[in-house]
Design a protein around this ligand. Structure first.
Ligand SMILES: [Fe+2]
Length: 182
């Protein structure tokens, strides 16, 4: 049956998202701690609570499906988190905040793509309850992305000013560790 093939793929993609969301639950407190802007920190704390809700929505979908949510590691999210951690290590002050926002927006877009895919699968499979649950999460990811864009406006300006104004309080770019060419 053709539907069985898509259903398996649907479950696999949901497991991938479940892994991605759980990785985020672990890393968002670190991102909040690393942020120097109060608004950015508060934003990450708020998104942590939302993300816990995203995990719960996925759990309720798995319950309805009678499947386990476990068994897959989202490598894409693993890579995005690794890059985000590098950004935190390599920068400080407003520049670090700007870098964290960049990393966080990559995460949001990655999740938006993933949810878009499973929503289309759920629609095809006639899982209308799932569609509405997944859409709620997708909307929250979009809102978070927009909030980050809003925060970036001020933070990027600050990051740019810092470079022009005081070189005493911001460490000069001596921290350039040996990085690979990429
Ligand atoms: Fe999420």
């Amino acid at each position: 049956m053709a539907d069985e093939g898509l259903k398996e793929l649907y479950i696999e993609e949901l497991k991938d998202l479940y892994s991605a969301e759980n990785q985020l639950v672990k890393v968002l407190p670190k991102m909040a701690k690393a942020a120097t802007s109060e608004d950015l920190r508060a934003g990450f704390e708020e998104h942590l609570e939302q993300t816990k809700g995203h995990v719960q929505r996925l759990e309720s979908i798995f319950e309805q499906l009678g499947e386990s949510p476990k068994g897959k590691k989202c490598k894409g999210m693993e890579g995005l988190i690794e890059e985000g951690s590098e950004a935190i290590e390599e920068h400080e002050g407003a520049v670090r905040d700007a870098a964290i926002i960049g990393a966080a927006q990559r995460v949001e877009h990655y999740e938006m793509a993933g949810y878009g895919t499973v929503i289309a699968f759920a629609e095809e499979l006639g899982e209308s309850k799932h569609v509405s649950l997944l859409n709620e999460t997708l909307e929250e990811e979009k809102e978070t992305d927009e909030k980050l864009t809003g925060l970036a406006a001020d933070i990027n300006a600050q990051a740019n000013q810092g470079e022009e104004a005081g070189e005493e309080d911001t460490a000069p770019p001596a921290k350039k560790k040996s990085r690979n060419a990429a």
